[in-house]
Write a protein that binds this ligand. Structure first.
Ligand code: C5P
Length: 233
């Protein structure tokens, strides 16, 4: 199943049962699903397979960061599961990203390989504390450029960073952006947010959206509303 929808719904649930209950309410023609550390650690590959059997493409959001050999092996395992997208930390460095890319060469339909630049939760003070003296903005630009040199298909970035990266890295580099909110929805713990339309206008290819859909009374209606806003842009 492939969909032209840019929406990736974040299945942030502690159990497979809750994740499946939500997935059953959504159409795979309208979105893809993101499975992250909490759910994957609990439910594992069988949950990935279950939602794939329902027709969903899966973004396996495990943000691998380790020595090159280990990350290459982890990315291989993800590709064997047939996921649509997988990610690694760009700060794992050139050799790690190249090893991840090379690991996908044998696959006929490899997942999109995406790098995380700087976690949006980190302030400049915290970055200084761990020795990243350049500050978040410069680090994001440097790591996005390095990720592209290493053959990554794109990066996860905040919607605010999207236009700068789009300009620097060109049209083919995929930008995956969380922090999406509708004007009427709660911000939750997100600080730097954009509407779906503004994120796409800034250059985002894929919008990662969790609570505005997963906590809605009618998740499919919330998803359809977002798609309608995007199509009437
Ligand atoms: O519920 P909400 O729409 O805030 O969910 C956003 C999803 O994107 C969550 O799974 C969150 O972990 C993820 N994410 C994020 N900000 C980042 C990277 C990932 O919100 N910088």
């Amino acid at each position: 199943m492939t969909t032209s929808s840019p929406v990736v719904v974040a299945l942030d649930f502690p159990t497979a049962a809750q994740a499946l209950e939500l997935a059953r309410q959504l159409s795979p023609q309208d979105c893809r699903l993101k499975i992250g550390k909490e759910l994957f650690t609990q439910a594992g590959p069988s949950l990935v397979e279950a939602v794939q059997d329902m027709g969903f493409d899966v973004f396996l959001d495990l943000k691998f960061h380790d020595i090159p050999n280990t990350v290459a092996a982890a990315v291989t395992s993800a590709a064997r599961m047939g996921v649509w997208m997988v990610n690694v930390h760009a700060s794992g460095g050139r050799k790690m990203m190249q090893a991840a890319r090379d690991a996908l060469l044998p696959f006929e339909k490899p997942p999109l390989l995406i790098a995380v630049t700087i976690l949006t939760s980190l302030s400049d003070e915290e970055l200084f504390e761990i020795g990243y003296m350049a500050g978040a903005g410069t680090m994001v630009e440097n790591l996005a450029s390095l990720a592209q040199q290493c053959g990554m298909d794109g990066v996860v970035c905040s919607a605010q960073e999207a236009s700068v990266i789009r300009q620097a890295q060109g049209a083919d580099f995929k930008l995956v952006t969380p922090g999406i909110r509708l004007p009427e929805s709660a911000k939750d713990d997100q600080t730097r947010i954009l509407t779906p339309e503004a994120a796409v206008a800034a250059g985002s290819d894929y919008l990662v959206i969790g609570r505005p859909i997963t906590r809605a009374d009618d998740p499919q209606a919330a998803l359809s509303h977002i798609l309608k806003r995007l199509s009437s842009q």
